[in-house]
Design a protein around this ligand. Structure first.
Ligand code: GDP
Ligand code: MG
Length: 597
């Protein structure tokens, strides 16, 4: 296929602005799928995506489109919109020459609209700006075009207007892609260079890699080499997504598809690596991706001790399909062997845990999330610590530093006061306010990351009736009045429950924690003391009096099947129990320590 007639592009936008719906419409109008095969958000095929109505993984599809007597091949990548999946978007953009920047005509420019537009500009992509949802009564196309011009410097005359739902205006999108996005510029005769932008593990085929060919040709039967990894493999099968997997014999310059090469070792494949031919291969690899930096960490432990190896395998498999989380083994007195995992945000953490449990059928116990701290010790050493239990005792710490983020909020002007208060309560430093229009503003604050990760997003949503959005970037570390708060149950320090708190909030937080834990830990046959301490100083204490809790007592004898059900339910709950000394602590108890309310 002549690369002259190929176009590679992504669809980027703020969450819910209609990316996946537009992708559906492009598939439908190009004839890649029939009306009969059609279902909404067709590319969101992961269970979790359909349940939550969000895109988590970027998806590549090849479609053909006829224009002015020519057949064009369009490779489209649908991307997620949530901040936590930024890394998915940035990898997708590196495989493209253009991007459709979609803006909801009822909502206007939002935080991730701006972030994604800058990402596309930074990747030197041609941007096709498109207003969506113009079928809706509340659409304000002219006003929103002004906003787009104001924030992104885009000429209002270049902005298309469509309804991804009804298909109105979508033919113009095809034409704009073909006219405005340049064809791929690789060398068809040069040595093979194909960029691995994603991968997954398949029980039968082994590791399947998703690539974009930059130079040369990838063929079935070819011997290939991973340039960074150094391993060699034979190509067993190639194909493209249309949107189902359709095998083909070769992939040329600019084409996007999958490669099956009988790769059984998970570590042989690295996202961002370049595939070349084993004989006479390229000498220089393609520039890889900037490694994403995890910002939120937590411990993940198997609920039963004999599942440690299963958890390791599950993590390795998932890491193939999501290279943005990190993990390393950790040992906890209370929880045994597990892993300390790093994520790009709270939603990412939640999704990874759920994918692990579903895709590998594991029950997990998760510790409270925290950020990475930088500690300057009295000896003059600088440590980076992402596990609170490893933080040295207060006497050894010269300076305790925490990550600071610059946060942009896009909010209705009448909400500025509430959001400012929200930020002040979280040790925020005001930077500036800019106006997008008479009714909407961009508010910028510097906030400690630790104060943002738990519930800032939810608080923002409720304070702005759902209209506010936010985006952030990390600035670096700054010294703060921080300390490690430990929790002791029956006199034993529960390492997994240690948290880092600001000194001014330590007492309040400590009291709240022990009270909360008291409600979460079942009564035992002996009295259980719960204490919060900074170093050796106990700052709060509660105790749970002795008595055995028996759920069947509520049944008044009677119905035996109901009794059995209750006992089964109790057993189910036990699955997520952990033994600390001779006290049992539930998963809920571990999670309750992050509840700040
Ligand atoms: P994404 O998060 O950007 O992928 O957004 P989705 O494609 O999942 O769409 C979010 C919601 O907006 C869904 O409920 C869609 O049905 C709806 N939607 C998308 N495009 C349109 C449109 O053009 N008109 C209307 N009325 N609704 C739309
Ligand atoms: Mg989507």
């Amino acid at each position: 296929f002549d690369p002259k007639y190929i176009r590679n592009f992504s669809i980027v936008a703020h969450i819910d602005h209609g990316k996946s719906t537009l992708a559906d419409q492009l598939l439908l109008q190009s004839g890649a799928i029939s009306q009969r095969e059609f279902r909404e958000q067709l590319l969101d095929d992961m269970d979790l995506e359909r349940e939550r109505g969000i895109t988590i993984k970027a998806r590549a599809v090849a479609i053909n489109y006829d224009l002015d007597g020519r057949t064009y091949e369009l490779n489209l990548i649908d991307t997620p919109g949530h901040v936590d999946f930024h890394y998915e978007v940035s990898r997708s953009l590196a495989a493209c020459e253009g991007a459709i920047l979609l803006v909801d005509a009822t909502q206007g420019v939002q935080a991730q609209t701006v972030a994604n537009a800058y990402l596309a500009i930074g990747n030197d992509l041609s941007i096709v700006p498109v207003l969506n949802k113009i079928d809706m009564q509340a659409a304000r196309p002219e006003e929103i075009k002004e906003e787009i011009m104001h924030t992104l410097g885009i000429d209002p005359d270049d902005v298309l207007a469509v309804s991804a739902k009804t298909g109105l205006g979508v033919p113009d999108v095809f034409r704009a892609i073909i006219d405005r996005v340049p064809p791929p510029a690789g060398d068809p005769k040069g040595p093979l260079r194909a960029m691995i932008f994603d991968s997954k593990f398949d029980d039968y085929q082994g590791v399947v890699t998703y690539v974009r060919v930059v130079d040369g040709v990838l063929k079935v039967g070819q011997k290939i080499r991973m340039m960074a990894g150094g391993t060699e493999h034979e190509v067993i099968a190639l194909g493209r997504f249309r949107p189902r997997e359709v095998p083909c014999d070769e992939l040329g310059v600019g084409q996007v598809g999958y490669v099956v090469a009988n790769i059984k070792k998970l570590s042989d494949v690295r996202i961002g690596d370049t595939i070349t031919q084993a004989l006479g291969g390229a000498s220089e690899a393609l520039p890889g991706y900037q490694e994403p930096v995890p910002v939120v960490f937590c411990g993940l432990f198997p609920a039963s001790h004999n599942q440690f190896d299963d958890l390791r395998t599950a993590l390795q498999k998932l890491a193939l399909n999501d290279s943005s989380f990190s993990f390393e083994p950790e040992t906890s007195d209370a929880l045994g062997f597990g892993f300390r995992c790093g994520f790009l945000g709270m939603l990412h953490m939640e999704i990874v845990q759920q994918r692990l449990e579903r895709e590998s059928n594991l029950a997990l116990v998760q510790t409270a999330p925290n950020v990475t701290y930088e500690i300057l010790t009295k000896q003059g050493e600088t440590l980076h610590i992402s596990n609170p239990t490893r933080i040295p005792d207060a006497g050894e710490v010269e300076e305790f530093r925490e990550p600071i983020a610059k946060v942009n909020f896009i909010i209705p002007s009448d909400c500025i006061g509430v959001i400012m208060q929200l930020c002040e309560d979280r040790r925020g430093v005001y930077i500036k306010t800019e106006y997008l229009s008479t009714t909407r503003a961009i508010l910028t604050y510097e906030l400690p990351l630790a104060e943002m990760i738990y519930d800032l997003y939810d608080k923002l949503k409720s304070a702005t009736r759902g209209y506010g959005t936010m985006d952030y970037e990390l600035l670096g570390y700054r010294a703060g009045e921080l300390c490690r708060l430990d929790i002791l149950v029956a006199g034993q320090k529960v390492d997994a429950l240690s948290v880092v708190v600001h000194r001014a909030h330590a007492d309040r937080r400590g009291r709240k924690l022990v009270r909360k834990l008291k409600g979460e830990i079942d009564r035992h046959q002996f009295e259980v003391a719960i204490q919060a301490a900074i170093g050796s100083r106990v700052i709060a204490r509660e105790s749970i009096s002795a008595l055995r809790k028996n759920v069947t007592a509520k049944c008044y004898g009677g119905d035996i099947s109901r009794k059995r059900k209750l006992l089964e339910k109790q057993k189910e709950g036990k699955k997520r129990m952990k033994q600390v000394g001779n006290v049992e602590i539930s998963q809920e108890a571990f999670l309750s320590v992050l509840d700040d309310a």
